[in-house]
Design a protein around this ligand. Structure first.
Ligand code: THG
Length: 266
């Protein structure tokens, strides 16, 4: 599993405050602790900031990469904010994200090729979020085909079936799981698949339990990567255990002790 830490997001109060006060040590600390806890990349999202999001994105990218040496996922639907993050990034970043809408594909895929970036393709288009696995797969195919035409190497594309809160649309959690299995059959080699995990538990009481249960099921149907909270120990332990049971990681008698020793509390 490829883990992208979700915590540098202006949706969190501590991050919103750090942005408003340009508190670089607070952002650097979040970056370092997420990587220590097992994140292999970091999502960077300004959130609904009051400042200029173009400038805020540049500051967040520069501050995070001064603290850690991992790829950054530039998380914004706004093109100027995305370009600001891509330009500031020292390592090839991850564009988070394009959709399956033609105009988005035609502007973002060439940008990814130009910057050596990877791209997350949300299976959503001009018509909005599809309500079943078939419609998600149809959009996934559009994204895969256009990426191929525009010369993006397949291993730099990540498909995202869009996970919705189970509290709001219960049938959609199952639909996204089913879509993961269907995406895997779209091409050979199979496309890589990612989810924004914490969406699923929004509005629920036992968020960690909902998150780790969903992650394990999604791994069972072929998930390759997730944007998640690496400070959640039980989530990280469930992920490691699933990785062993799926024969994706080497079994060691003391794997949980070893894993827990490298996790850091929130
Ligand atoms: N797919 C892709 N990118 C994404 C998402 C996705 N980026 C954003 C999001 N979804 C993933 N990141 C988060 C980060 C935080 C939360 C959910 C998803 C979250 N935050 C708390 C909440 O809303 O309740 C905030 C709590 C607080 O304020 O402290 O749940 O799906 N490609």
């Amino acid at each position: 599993m490829f883990i992208i830490g979700e915590r540098i997001n202006g949706m969190f109060k501590v991050v919103a405050r750090a942005i408003a006060e340009r508190d670089a040590p607070a952002i650097a600390d979040l970056a370092r602790r997420q990587v220590e806890a097992g994140a292999q990349a970091l999502d960077i999202n300004t959130g609904p900031t009051e400042g200029d999001p173009v400038e805020v994105m540049r500051w967040l990218v520069e501050t995070a990469q001064d603290a850690v040496d991992v790829p950054l996922a530039i998380d914004t639907p706004k093109l100027p904010v995305l370009v600001s993050g891509l330009t500031a990034a020292r390592r090839p970043p991850i564009i988070n994200s394009t959709t399956g809408a033609q105009d988005r594909l035609d502007s973002l895929l060439p940008l990814a090729v130009e910057h050596g970036a990877s791209v997350i393709g949300l299976t959503i288009d001009e018509r909005g979020i599809p309500r079943n696995a078939d419609a998600r797969t149809e959009i996934a195919l559009t994204i895969v085909a256009r990426a191929m035409e525009l010369g993006l190497p397949p291993d730099r594309l990540l498909l995202d079936p869009i996970v919705l809160p189970v509290s709001a649309a219960q049938d959609q959690s199952a639909a996204a799981l089913k879509a993961i299995g269907m995406f895997k059959a779209l091409s050979d080699p199979a496309p890589r698949i990612i989810v924004g995990l914490s969406n699923v538990s929004q509005g629920t009481t036992h968020r960690s339990l909902v998150n780790r249960t969903y992650l394990v099921m999604a791994m069972g149907t072929g998930l390759d990567a997730a944007i998640l909270d690496p400070f959640d120990h039980e989530l990280m332990d469930a992920m490691r255990t699933a990785g062993i049971l799926l024969n994706q990681e080497i079994y060691a008698e003391n794997y949980l002790e070893t894993g827990s020793a490298v996790t850091v509390s929130a």
